[in-house]
Design a protein around this ligand. Structure first.
Ligand code: COA
Length: 260
């Protein structure tokens, strides 16, 4: 598959997806969203890929939001369809069944912040900046921001960020729990690759069901989430990897997982 606006590389079980419209700070236009949709589908069905890194081209931006030139043309009906389509693609990322690390290398504004939040974890360069500035354009976040931001940082902080449209730096994003860690910009991809390699070496089925337990469980009551967890626990108990992981511990050696 060839892509117009993104670069897809595969290295040792890890895919690196680079959103590539640096002249407009990797703003998400429909063509880039389509590329992203196809790349996610491609990675979902590629069993060799066990972890994904998502980043932006250039040094300035991860993604500076939805493409404002396209937004400006939306009618009410098209606006609803546009938001629903972005949400669907970001849901596909959240529920890819493999961990997706956002390596946030600069501005993550609007749809960029929403995209980072749809990822499993976020590593920020110390130069990164985050925000949901939609209010300044007379709109609200449309790709899941009003829902994922409060789940990540709490209602009060999400209200403040979304209602003021303020931009925060990486240190503040770390303080409020929006990102998992902050690293020097020059070390961003090395750190992201190291984390991805650790995840890629884990038992794939256990990874997949853990993602499902946390992502789906958070939308359930505690009791229903625990039922889901117990069911998935029963499922992994049927895997070769469970036998291998427990046997390797007893035999004091490193486990080799096959994903079966
Ligand atoms: N959509 C479309 N184009 C965008 C864009 C977006 N979200 N963000 C940046 N660009 C374009 C700019 O129009 C500019 O293009 P030009 O060179 O043809 O004029 C180019 O990217 C560089 O951006 P510029 O604004 O010149 O860079 P800057 O360093 O002065 O400012 C930002 C950087 C991120 C603060 C600023 O670009 C900005 O506020 N972007 C919009 C952020 C936003 O509101 N996102 C939410 C959208 S819902």
């Amino acid at each position: 598959m060839t892509y117009e606006h993104l670069i897809l590389e595969r290295v040792d079980g890890v895919a690196i997806v680079t959103l590539n419209r640096p002249a407009v700070l990797n703003a998400l236009n429909l063509a880039l969203l389509r590329d992203l949709d196809h790349a996610v589908a491609e990675l979902r069905s590629d069993d060799r890929i066990r972890a994904v890194i998502l980043t932006g081209a250039g040094e300035k931006a991860f993604v500076a939001g939805a493409d404002i030139k396209e937004l400006a043309e939306l009618t009410p009906v098209a606006g609803k369809a546009y938001a629903a389509e972005g949400q669907r693609i970001f849901d596909q990322i959240e529920h890819l069944g493999k961990p997706v690390i956002a390596a946030v290398n600069g501005y993550a504004l609007g749809g960029g912040c929403e995209l980072a939040m749809a990822c499993t974890m976020r590593i920020a360069a110390d130069t990164a900046k985050f925000g949901q500035p939609e209010i300044k354009l007379g709109i609200l976040p449309g790709f899941g921001g009003t829902q994922r931001l409060p789940r990540l940082v709490g209602k009060g902080r999400a209200m403040e960020l979304i209602l003021t449209g303020a931009t925060i730096d990486a240190a503040e994003a770390y303080r409020i729990g929006l990102v998992n860690r902050v690293v020097p910009a020059a070390a961003l991809m090395t750190e992201a690759r190291a984390l991805a390699a650790t995840l890629a070496a884990s038992a794939p089925v256990a990874l997949k069901v853990t993602l499902e337990a946390i992502n789906r469980g958070l939308d359930e009551s505690l009791a229903d989430g625990c039922v889901l967890e117990a069911t998935l626990f029963g499922l992994v108990a049927s895997t070769d990897d469970m036998r291998e992981g427990t046997r390797a511990f007893v035999e004091k050696r490193k486990a080799t997982f096959t994903g079966r």
